[in-house]
Ligand binder design. Structure first.
Ligand code: OFO
Length: 169
């Protein structure tokens, strides 16, 4: 059984994850326009992963015989003009998502809703990976992005990464 507060928090996380998907898609669109198909592919694949996250929350609410509350999406429609800005935005956004997951966990623990704390454990681990990916992408771009040959090879690597590892590692 989920409390009303928990249904609302979990539903809001459905929205947050769809906003993540939108953010990654905006980045992919920008990288496409910059002639970087590898980056675009990585960000499209990651956008799909965010939709999967949203649906895990959606399914969890339904498996508990409750209905999802829907909120308006509030994505920031950034017009990018530098390669690093979308990467900065995803770092900030993943920190925000980590905070959201931690807050839901805290409420669940306070309510002794151990089913939900258990459910959230996967997301706590996942957020470690999400933050690592966001920082790794930025680090690599900072290292190789200023050199055309380096950027070309990095783009190729970005395009291959999701092919080899489902999680974009
Ligand atoms: Fe859903 O993990 Fe990123 O935002």
């Amino acid at each position: 059984m989920l409390s009303k507060k928990m249904i609302s928090l979990l539903s809001e996380q459905v929205k947050n994850e769809f906003e993540s998907a939108y953010l990654y898609l905006i980045a992919a669109d920008y990288f496409h326009s910059e002639g970087l198909p590898g980056f675009a592919s990585w960000y499209i694949n990651h956008s799909k992963e965010e939709v999967e996250h949203a649906m895990i929350f959606y399914d969890y609410i339904h498996r508990n015989n409750e209905r999802v509350q829907f909120f308006n999406l509030e994505p920031t429609r950034t017009i990018y003009s530098s390669l690093t800005k979308p990467l900065e935005d995803t770092i900030v956004h993943e920190d925000f998502i980590t905070t959201c997951i931690n807050q839901i966990y805290e409420v669940a623990a306070k309510e002794k809703d151990y089913r939900t704390t258990n459910f959230l454990t996967w997301f706590i681990t996942e957020q470690q990976e999400e933050e690592e990916n966001a920082h790794a992408n930025m680090d690599k771009l900072n290292l190789f992005g200023n050199n055309p040959a380096g950027l070309y090879l990095l783009d190729k690597e970005m395009g291959n990464r999701y092919g080899k590892h489902n999680k974009g590692e």
